[in-house]
Design a protein. Structure first.
Length: 89
């Protein structure tokens, strides 16, 4: 993955216990438009499951996993919303 991808939304859930980071990703997804890129930060200290569960959910819902990036002290899951309705105001 290159550094050119800039997320439209960043969810910082590094200090949130499992399954919180996963549900924060789902919430950001619900309020995003198709083609928006969403990034969620989490850490293995609080939540190692989102690293496994999020890619499965992203694929199952017809969206695109851009990548999982390890940073110092946390990881980042980056997805692109490929489908769905525009959020209502």
């Amino acid at each position: 993955m290159n550094g050119e991808i800039k997320p439209d939304k960043i969810v910082d859930a590094r200090n949130v216990l499992c399954p919180g980071p996963f549900w924060e990703l789902v919430k950001a997804y619900r309020y995003s438009n198709p083609r928006e890129v969403i990034s969620v930060y989490s850490s293995d200290d609080y939540d190692s499951e989102t690293r496994t569960d999020a890619p499965i959910w992203i694929e199952k819902t017809g969206n695109r996993l851009i990548g999982i990036v390890d940073h110092e002290g946390f990881y980042e899951i980056i997805m692109e919303k490929m489908r769905g309705k525009m959020p209502s105001s």
